[in-house]
Structure formats: C-alpha cells, structure tokens
Design a protein around this ligand. Structure first.
Ligand code: S0N
Length: 287
C-alpha cells in the first residue's frame, strides 16, 4: 500500500526511496517522482535537516533518467486538521545568523534548494494544499507549475518576522505577478486565497483538495508524452530570460549536450584520439 501524502486516491503505485526523517521521496515506474515535506505538525516548516534532505532527493531525481516530472508537496493533514505545502523557515531553530543545524551551525541552505529546483532539467509541479507562506511560498514560486487546492493560502511574512528573500523571492515574484502586486505581497504581508493566486498568475489551476494529487499525476502524464529534450531546453530558455549568465549557462549546456551526440562533434573527438586533423568537410554551413 503506497504511503499517503495528501487525501484522495492516487492512481500511482508509489515506491518509497531513500532513508529520510523530514521528507518522503517516492517514485513511480512511469516517470513521475513525488517529494513531500513531512513535518505536518510544524505546517511543514523547514529546518536545515529538511532542506538538506530535499536537496538530496531533488538531486537524486535530477540524476534519474527514468524520471521526467516531480510532484513537490507537503504531507497533510496534521493531527489538528491543518494543511500546509510549507510555512517557510522553522522559527523554532532560527538562531542569530540563520537556521541552526544539529551541530549548531547557522544555515540558509534553502537557497541551495531553490537553485536545484530551478535548474534541474525536469518539470517540477507544486501541489499546494493549505499554507504556502514565507520561504514556502518562494519554494512554490520556483516550481515550474503550481496546482493549488481550494483551501490553499499564499503569502509572505518576512517583514513581520524579521526576514526577507531579496533573490528569487522578490525578483522572480515580480516577473510572475508584476511590480505592484509583488510590492503589495511583501510590504503588507497579507494572505491570499487560491482564487486570488490564480487571478495574479501565481498558480496554474485550482483543484478540489481530494483530487490534487490525481490532477498533478494527470498533468505529469501529459508532459511525459512530449519530447524530453524540447522540455529540457524550454525550461532553460524560460530561466535564461531572468537568470543572466547562470541562465544562459544552463541553456548553452543543453546545446553542448545535444551537439556531443552529432556526427560533427564526434569527428572532433575521434580525430583527436586518432591523432589526425579533423575533417569537417561533409558538414554544411547551414543558413
Ligand atoms: C502557517 C501559519 C499561517 C499556519 O497557521 P495555523 O493553521 O493557525 O497553525 P499554527 O497553530 O500557527 O501552527 C501550527 C503549528 O505549526 C508551527 N509552525 C507553523 N509555522 C511554523 C514555522 N515557520 N516555524 C516553526 N513552527 C511553525 C506552530 O508554531 C504550531 O506549533 P505549536 O502548536 O507547537 O505551537 C502560521 O503557523 C504561521 O504564520 N507560521 C509562520 C510563518 C512564517 O513566518 N514563516 C517564516 C517566514 N520566513 C521564512 O520562511 C524565511 C525563509 C528563508 O529561510 C530565507 C530565504 C532566503 C533569504 C532569507 C531567508 C530568511 O531567513 O529570511
């Protein structure tokens, strides 16, 4: 029996992977992975250990050539009935210089996680049930697509709790919802319903809570019918529009990756190994 992450019936025979304390990583046989923060009693707030495990799970999925789409979510409901995708950094372990790990080292390692989600050449779909607040709202923002249940609530608390995310959390949010709305979200720290989130372009669709995972699986299956290389390059292209040289590096890396597979590129490698001059004469200078 696959472990339950969200309410509702899932059509996927999830296989548990890895040995984690704060998260679940499950994979299906048909190209989908599911990563879930498993701290419902804390509204799925992340501590350094949670982020470390999320980085490990996302890196695992990135390196798995059988996986094309990741569903990213939070386990719910909590014992008190509350739901959250993620409520941001765990304020209980926030020290003077960051979030304290087991060794007492202050960390902001969620920034590493943000970059992994953004740059991995697979599609990440956020499934938001309940709160996506603070650093949790930023994590949801960085996913390629976002499906929210009708009970989802989005917002920032940074200026209330003495923090802010001036990276993707402000800059990329502005690209998604525009300058006026982004400033409103951060300056006023209001909460927004899924209808409001849909209207401002923060999410792709609203789904009844009990159908959220099934809808995520449906979207994943549609994506998986398409060309992995086209999707990979498109994701990098969307990132390149905002991410400067780091974004161009991603897109160019994919181009090099594809070039390696051509006869033209192989001629250069073969000539070097055979200690001769390369002969590119059969390759056209196409317009
Ligand atoms: C999520 C909220 C709205 C849920 O309210 P609700 O349903 O009424 O439940 P509660 O009773 O409030 O909560 C249930 C239990 O969960 C605990 N809890 C909830 N959120 C957190 C949290 N973030 N940290 C620790 N514990 C949490 C509650 O304490 C409660 O437990 P008990 O019953 O034991 O008391 C509501 O809970 C809420 O508003 N939560 C806080 C949201 C928040 O302010 N989050 C932090 C925002 N900041 C960040 O995320 C920082 C991000 C970051 O790391 C970063 C990244 C880049 C650059 C900078 C930073 C930076 O450090 O700022």
């Amino acid at each position: 029996m696959p472990r339950q992450v969200l309410p509702g019936i899932s059509s996927v025979d999830w296989q548990p992977c890895g040995n984690f304390t704060d998260i679940f990583l499950d994979k299906s046989k048909n190209g989908i992975a599911r990563i879930a923060i498993n701290r419902p009693s804390k509204r799925n707030a992340f501590r350094p250990q949670t982020v470390l495990e999320l980085c490990t799970a996302f890196a695992n999925v990135r390196d798995d050539k059988n996986i094309g789409v990741v569903l990213f979510t939070g386990v719910g409901p909590a014992a008190d009935g509350g739901y959250a995708f993620c409520s941001g950094g765990d304020q209980g372990v926030r020290g003077d210089g960051g979030y304290m790990d087991e060794e007492g080292v202050p960390r902001l390692n969620v920034l590493d996680l943000q970059r992994i989600i953004r740059s991995m050449p697979k599609v990440v779909i956020a499934l938001v049930a309940g709160y996506a607040i603070g650093g949790g709202q930023v994590l949801h923002l960085l996913c390629d697509l976002s499906l929210a249940s009708d009970n989802a609530i989005f917002g920032q608390t940074g200026p209330k709790v003495g923090s802010f995310d001036g990276g993707f959390g402000a800059g990329y949010l502005t690209r998604v919802v525009g300058q006026r709305k982004a400033r409103e979200i951060w300056f006023l720290c209001r909460r927004y319903s899924s209808e409001e989130a849909l209207r401002m372009g923060l999410i792709n669709a609203i789904v009844p809570l009990h159908e959220l995972e099934a809808e995520g699986v449906k979207w994943a299956k549609e994506i998986l019918k398409n060309s992995p290389t086209a999707i990979r390059c498109l994701k990098a292209a969307f990132n390149a529009e905002t991410d400067g040289l780091a974004g161009i590096q991603e897109l160019a890396g994919h181009a090099t990756h594809m070039f390696y597979r051509t006869e033209e590129s192989k001629e250069g490698r073969n000539a070097f190994l055979e200690k001769r001059s390369p002969d590119y004469s059969e390759f056209d200078w196409l317009p």
